[in-house]
Design a protein around this ligand. Structure first.
Ligand code: UD1
Length: 422
């Protein structure tokens, strides 16, 4: 299993290209199931989660060709011969549940394994299922699988009123309702840029959608959707992660393709911490305003609030800030597993339930640490780049799910980082 070795110290200077968003691509890919015509995604990220979705779609009968070294995904679902998403694939990646809505909308039936537990909390799929029931699906849970049927063979429009905001459930509802008969209204919908991107792609395919990016989305179902070519939106989490690199290490980095509106709440916190963020023509330029950054309090919230997917990386910054910061995690329980690893590097962190109190120290120290999930793993790399001495981060397969060529991107800015086989 690979590890990442980081020799800390030294500023970062240069440019980092930001890839297409993993989370957008994972919801755009199942949209191929809604049409017999080709759907092509450009600006796709090259990540193991994308390969898992490719494998899942392939198991259903879809063809997914990875072109231009993986940056273009040419998909065709003219021959869907299997309507069962198997546990062996679904358990690897929770986003697999996103094939349920499209399969049901297209052919009126689908069987999808329940994703099971996850390292960052219970993460049920009840909201996905409730949304599909509101569209006239009959669901049965048997032996760990959801067996879904559209009553009368086709989904029908309905009102979906989510009790809490869920990105994935909004996506499943949106995908399914495009082919449902009649009008669907999704209330308390997620407003994330990935939802807006999905709506734009579906519209290119012929769907009738209004209100994406607000909390009420209205969909007028159509009889069929056609093919399209769609560029995947920039990855705001990869963007925020690399924006933190010069904030933690010093120096100046320009993140190519970055747009402030994708990371507004995050930029406000960086500004308060004493980090300058400047929109340029080709991206976002980041550097510290003065010497050491200041402590700031952070609460994670659905978009447009501070993203939970940047909480671990922000904690890495606050470990060396001047003063005490409180981070509150409101989206997922148990999402502070990076804290004990950062403590191994000399950080002062106390976790009580959904709060973490971080008292900044002058310097972190290199150590052997373990990646516990995707965002935790990159937070350890950020911390390691600013620490004294060497850090070895093990279990980096988590990292490969969400960050492409991380050593190359950071190495090009002067970081001493390499992958080692251990
Ligand atoms: C997506 C992102 C993930 C991000 C998260 C929150 C993808 C592939 N993943 O995950 O990176 O951290 O949004 O921004 O896009 N919930 C339920 N029942 C459900 C669904 C969710 O109770 O049926 C709860 C979850 O446990 C969580 C909250 O709702 O507490 C929000 O989760 P959700 O927005 O659904 O996250 P995901 O779509 O799984």
């Amino acid at each position: 299993m690979d590890s990442i070795l980081v020799r800390g110290g030294g500023e970062l200077n240069g440019v980092i290209p930001i890839a297409g968003a993993k989370n957008a691509c994972l919801t755009l890919m199942p949209a191929t199931l809604l049409t017999e015509e080709p759907l092509t995604l450009t600006n796709a990220p090259r990540l193991s989660d994308i390969r898992t979705m490719t494998q899942l779609l392939g198991s259903l009968g879809a063809e997914v060709a990875s072109l231009q070294s993986g940056q273009v995904l040419a998909m065709s679902s003219h021959n869907i011969h299997n309507h069962t998403a198997d546990y062996d694939i679904v358990r690897k990646m929770r986003a697999s549940i996103l094939v349920l809505g499209p399969m049901l909308a297209r052919d009126g039936h689908a069987i999808v394994s329940l994703p099971g537990g996850c390292a960052i909390g219970a993460r049920p799929v009840d909201l996905h299922l409730q949304a599909l029931e509101a569209l006239g699906a009959e669901l049965e849970l048997r032996e760990g699988y959801v067996h879904a049927k559209a009553i009368g063979g086709r989904l029908r429009g309905g009102v979906i009123d989510f009790p809490i905001v869920s990105v994935g459930a909004t996506e499943n509802a949106l995908l399914a309702s495009t082919l449902a008969k009649g009008t669907t209204v999704i209330k308390n919908a997620a407003r994330e840029p990935e939802i807006v991107d999905l709506a734009q792609c579906l519209r290119r395919m012929g769907a009738q959608i209004e209100g994406e990016g607000t909390s009420t989305i209205t969909i007028q179902g159509v009889d069929r959707l056609g093919g399209a070519t769609h560029p995947v939106v920039t990855d705001r989490i990869e963007l925020g992660t690399y924006m933190l690199a010069p904030a933690i290490c010093g120096g100046e980095v320009e993140c190519l393709g970055g747009r402030i509106e994708l990371v507004g709440a995050f930029c406000e916190k960086l500004d308060a911490a004493g980090v300058s963020v400047e929109q340029t023509e080709r991206g976002i330029k980041v550097k510290r305003k003065n010497g050491r950054v200041n402590a700031v309090d952070v609460t994670t919230e659905p978009f447009p609030g501070f993203p939970t997917d940047l909480q671990a990386q922000m904690m890495a910054l606050l470990c060396t800030a001047n003063g005490t910061s409180v981070l509150e995690e409101k989206i997922f329980e148990n999402r502070f597993m990076h804290a004990p690893e950062l403590i191994r590097m000399g950080a002062k962190i106390e976790v009580h339930g959904g709060h973490a109190t971080v008292t900044g120290v002058e310097k972190l120290k290199g150590a052997r640490v373990m990646a516990t999930d995707l965002r935790a793993s990159v937070s350890l790399i950020l911390a390691a780049m600013a620490a004294e001495g060497e850090t070895v981060v093990s279990r980096v397969y988590h990292l490969d799910r969400g960050y492409e060529r991380v050593e190359e991107k950071l190495g090009a800015c002067g970081a001493h980082i390499e992958r080692i086989a251990t």
